[in-house]
Design a protein around this ligand. Structure first.
Ligand SMILES: *Cc1c(COP(=O)(O)O)cnc(C)c1O
Length: 494
């Protein structure tokens, strides 16, 4: 008997792991979750294993109807020679804490870890559940996800990938990364609108009956690489275990010691993978959730009220600029003792009023597992400077939020357990903000600042970001919001 995933909003909507990967989201708009998770991972048996071996075990356990030999293939293809470090996610010591670097993948952001393997999990699931055809991935992006998805799906047999980004809504580096994208199945289009327009346009295409019919006739289906797909969540559990194993091997902790993880949080995917690791048996004391000025999660954890009715801030950690954290729905499911009706009611309230409140019991439970930190621009910049001055280590703006959250937590609680900060981006992805935190304002373009930052700090620029401004531009298409369907239709008709 294979495990069955169910919708967070209805326990009767059940499916297998491979089908959940293909569907992405349940028919009722809920997210797929596993009802019963045992503390089944024997951590002692993981010591001595490398990232790929650990990922195979964890992913194989969670996506159990995909044959082990297939999982092995997916993991191997995803992580062999795509990351610039043999460890994939190395742990480094900075001061009296540790940092797990998740940014050594092809686009220098942590989304690479999941998006390198998702395409292979998807094509495998497709083969298992259907005849051969093609999957067309549609993605709207505010920067990081689009590029990581393009790199992940690039030249993967049986897939096409289309990315829409707001013409003036991404950084120079992010734009250069996308318009120079290689691969014969990649499609990139700037749209005359903002991120919300792009996102709404993609949602419209997913429900465009005419277009869906046309794609079915050419044996193609639409799917999404969004972070609510369990195929993105599950691979992220692996680096929590691998971090622990590395710390054991470095003799920094002993088997069974409880540790804390501090995570810069946006859509709640990364930190939720940590909670899954804990459910699977990893000794985690607290998960620390770091927010920037868009501190809707901070307020939620502190007060039990989730309220998206507030001003949206553009910050120096833009990948965390989110007011609706989609993956939080999965946490609500577990914290309510898997009460699908209660989750459904809260999500309906969020939809209609932009707001909901959890019971006191749930709030208490959440606070047993999580700590919330909130770090604004000034403190983020100060943290980057302090860590560089004291330890010669360059934090990016997102990681700095988590670093400071950990410092606040330690001061408030006196907890001396070994703690790990998850680093989600190379400092060079956000060169201007990092540079200005250290050396004051600089009005040159992002590429020049990148060079200067490297000259002054001696920290090398990742290969994939180097010389990006001189690479050949391949994707020049700009379209109106109402031309997105046509752009996709051309891919369908290919
Ligand atoms: C996406 C992203 C985050 C937020 O991760 P979630 O899983 O959405 O919480 C943090 N930092 C960086 C650099 C990111 O790209």
């Amino acid at each position: 008997m294979f495990k069955s995933y169910e919708s967070t909003r209805n326990s009767n909507l059940k499916t297998t792991a491979s089908k959940a990967v293909l569907k992405g989201i349940a028919e009722d708009g809920g997210l797929f979750v596993l009802r019963d998770i045992d503390k089944c991972v024997d951590i002692e048996s993981l010591t001595g294993k490398n990232y790929i071996e650990i990922a195979e075990i964890i992913i194989g356990f969670m996506l159990d109807d995909i044959p082990a030999s297939k999982i092995k293939e997916c993991v191997k293809t995803a992580y062999t020679e795509k990351f610039s470090k043999d460890e994939i996610t190395p742990v480094v010591k900075v001061g009296d804490s540790f940092i797990t670097e998740l940014f050594h993948g092809p686009t220098s952001a942590f989304k690479d870890v999941a998006l390198s393997i998702l395409p292979h999990l998807m094509t495998t699931s497709y083969e298992m559940n259907d005849v051969d055809g093609e999957i067309i991935i549609l993605t709207a992006t505010s920067g990081d996800t689009g590029k990581a998805a393009l790199e992940g799906f690039k030249n993967v047999k049986g897939t096409q990938i289309a990315v829409f980004y707001p013409e003036f809504g991404v950084s120079e580096v992010q734009k250069a990364q996308m318009i120079t994208q290689e691969g014969k199945n990649t499609h990139v289009c700037a749209i005359k609108g903002n991120f919300d327009d792009a996102q709404t346009g993609v949602k419209r295409i997913f429900t465009d009956e005419k277009l869906i019919k046309e794609s079915e006739e050419s044996n193609k289906i639409f799917s999404s690489a969004n972070s609510i797909n369990i195929g993105r969540l599950v691979p992220q559990i692996a680096y929590y275990f691998y971090t622990y194993v590395q710390l054991i091997e470095k003799k920094e902790i002993s088997m069974g010691d409880a540790v804390n993880f501090s995570v810069p949080t946006g859509n709640f995917g990364n930190i939720l993978a940590g909670y899954y690791a804990k459910m699977l048996g990893l000794p985690i004391n607290k998960l620390l959730c770091g927010s920037n000025e868009n501190n809707v999660l901070y307020d939620f954890i502190k007060t039990g009220v989730y309220d998206r009715n507030r001003e949206f801030h553009k910050t120096i950690s833009p990948s965390m600029d989110i007011l609706i954290s989609s993956n939080l729905e999965r946490l609500l499911y577990y914290m309510s003792n898997k009460d699908n009706e209660a989750v459904k009611a809260m999500m309906e309230q969020l939809n209609s009023q932009g707001k909901y409140e959890v019971s006191d019991e749930m709030k208490e439970k959440i606070n047993q597992e999580f700590y919330a930190g909130c770090v604004f621009k000034e403190d983020t910049e100060k943290t980057i400077k302090e860590v560089y001055d004291n330890y010669d280590y360059l934090l990016d703006t997102h990681t700095a939020v988590a670093y400071k959250t950990l410092a606040d937590y330690k001061r408030e609680t006196g907890d001396e357990s070994v703690s790990i900060v998850l680093s989600t981006a190379s400092p060079y992805k956000f060169s201007k903000s990092v540079y200005e935190s250290l050396f004051g304002s600089n009005d040159k373009n992002e590429f020049e600042i990148m060079e200067e930052l490297s000259e002054k700090t001696g920290v090398p620029i990742p290969e994939n970001l180097k010389g990006l401004n001189n690479k050949k531009v391949i994707h020049t298409k700009v379209c109106e919001i109402n031309e997105m369907e046509e752009f996709v239709r051309r891919i369908v008709k290919r």
